[in-house]
Design a protein around this ligand. Structure first.
Ligand SMILES: Nc1ncnc2c1ncn2[C@@H]1O[C@H](COP(=O)(O)OP(=O)(O)OP(=O)(O)O)[C@@H](O)[C@H]1O
Ligand SMILES: [Mg+2]
Length: 306
């Protein structure tokens, strides 16, 4: 049996790219499948130049007769490096209806003889159950990885999600980890301390590699040595290595939900006004990070370059 890793984000930041980069660098000898389940509609078929079918929709139709997870393989496309992709249709309503029809099967992804990366897309903090098939997936997921940029606005949205959802929901909280996309002024430890969620790794902002990913095999020299794929390779190894039961993060573990919330609120104040409360070292890092941000292709305001 393989492992299931669900990836999502509270704000768009490069989740699909991270999922494809992980699939492209997944440790050799392990079959890997990407399941695109973004409730806003899929983007991988368009990015890869694939036909609209097969897809989640054709699988949903077939699953009326056969809910065996092995049925998935007949509905997949293939990335240049060989990883299978169950692509979502571009239409949000079709994703939702297909995911609804596939509820049982999605909860059985862990039975496949493959590691499964589920791109759960953007998670609406207030409607996590209704908006996605995440809960079904979480039931069988070793990990739920939230991607976020380590910047003020993104961390605050993430903090709200973690406070309102995760403190109340044991299985989701225990499975949760962060992957940070691009640069920002806050180090991993500070983010873990503030949010009570471990940082598994970082994915750098690398537009050239991100563009090539859906059309070029990871063995291509331009991709193999790229910062994006180097980071993805090491993250993929970590995800495979940690396939043991996921520990609940230490921070806030013994606190009541109310106390944990107060702790996070206090720590998040640091994210609100980093310059005002920063130590000299943090202030220097902030300045260096914002310089780096301005030179690496993304905007200092933190929007994903599209
Ligand atoms: N690490 C990265 N480096 C450079 N460009 C990136 C990176 N990640 C994503 N991008 C670019 O940003 C755009 C959006 O990326 P992507 O589709 O992965 O985001 P997303 O979070 O999945 O968005 P959505 O929420 O709409 O699904 C794409 O043009 C992609 O090439
Ligand atoms: Mg996406």
């Amino acid at each position: 049996m393989g492992g299931v890793v669900a990836l999502g984000s509270v704000r768009s930041c490069g989740t699909t790219t991270a999922a494809v980069a992980l699939a492209a660098t997944w440790p050799a000898g392990r079959r890997v499948l990407v399941v695109e389940l973004d409730p806003a509609g899929g983007s991988l078929a368009a990015a890869s130049g694939w036909a609209a079918e097969p897809s989640l929709v054709t699988l949903a139709a077939a699953a009326r007769r056969d809910s065996d997870p092995e049925a998935i393989w007949a509905h997949c496309h293939e990335l240049p490096g060989g990883a299978a992709v169950l692509a979502a249709p571009a239409s949000a309503s079709q994703v939702r209806s297909s995911a609804g029809m596939l509820g049982g099967l999605l909860g059985r992804l862990g039975e496949l003889d493959a590691d499964v990366l589920v791109d759960a897309g953007r998670i609406d903090p207030g409607r996590v159950e209704s908006a996605t098939a995440l809960p079904a997936v979480v039931g069988g997921a070793g990990r739920v990885v939230l991607a976020a940029r380590p910047r003020l606005a993104d961390l605050q949205s993430l903090g709200t999600f973690v406070e309102t959802r995760v403190g109340l929901d044991g299985p989701l909280r225990a499975a949760l980890a962060l992957v940070l996309i691009d640069d920002g002024p806050y180090p991993d430890a500070e983010i873990t301390e503030a949010l009570g969620v471990d940082v598994l790794g970082r994915i750098p902002w690398d537009p050239q590699a991100a563009e090539l990913l859906t059309v070029t095999a990871a063995s291509d020299r331009r991709l193999r040595l790229s910062p994006l794929l180097r980071a993805a390779r090491s993250l993929a190894e970590n995800l495979v290595d940690e396939r043991a039961p996921v520990p609940v993060p230490e921070v806030g573990h013994d606190e009541t939900p109310a106390a944990a919330g107060a702790t996070r609120t206090r720590l998040l104040r640091r994210f609100r006004a980093p310059a005002a409360v920063a130590t000299a070292g943090t202030a220097a890092r902030n300045a260096a990070a914002s310089d780096a941000v301005c030179t690496n292709g993304s905007s200092p305001g933190g929007e994903v370059a599209r």
